[in-house]
Design a protein. Structure first.
Length: 171
């Protein structure tokens, strides 16, 4: 009976029996076998670590996106009380979403701008109220109306404080 020769898949050496091939691999290619097994173990860990890392990154990004969109868990602005006082005193800020001077005025308040009564004059803007701008004869942006008087251009916080008697204190 003729036995079929078997060969090593690593070095292509031929052997008469499977047992001889097995002994050869254990003695000659021991490091290769260990490396292959270790590599398989390492590769098995990579997807798990990768998936966990990806989920963690997505979670962190999602958290910051959620808090910035909803305004939750955001520290109060430096001028929250001042901005609320302006609104309580009836001061109104008229502007347009595309106006760079309006953006400058808003930036002065930082996150506290959410407490300022703002009227969007451009019909294409968010929550636009162009009819109020026409009624109040708004001709340029930004414009503040305080106690029935119109103040055009960017106004300093100090000037707004003097015009409304609202204390200007940082928190």
């Amino acid at each position: 009976m003729m036995m079929e020769k078997v060969s090593c898949d690593i070095c292509n050496r031929k052997f008469k029996t499977n047992e001889a091939l097995k002994q050869h691999k254990n003695v000659i290619h021991k490091e290769v076998i260990i490396t292959t097994v270790e590599r398989k173990r390492t590769l098995a860990k990579v997807p798990i670590i990768g998936v966990v890392s990806a989920l963690l990154v997505i979670g962190v990004i999602g958290y910051f996106a959620f808090t910035s969109i909803t305004g939750r868990f955001v520290e109060p602005g430096l001028y929250d009380e001042f901005a609320q006082c302006l609104t309580e005193k009836g001061a109104v800020f008229y502007g347009a979403y595309w106006c760079p001077h309006c953006a400058e005025q808003k930036k002065m308040f930082g996150p506290s701008i959410k407490f300022v009564k703002y009227v969007e004059c451009d019909p294409k803007g968010k929550n636009a109220q162009p009819e109020l701008c026409v009624e109040n004869n708004i001709r340029g942006y930004p414009t503040w109306i305080i106690d029935g008087k119109s103040y055009s251009g960017v106004q300093s916080l100090e000037k707004l404080s003097k015009l409304t008697n609202c204390p200007l204190e940082k928190k």
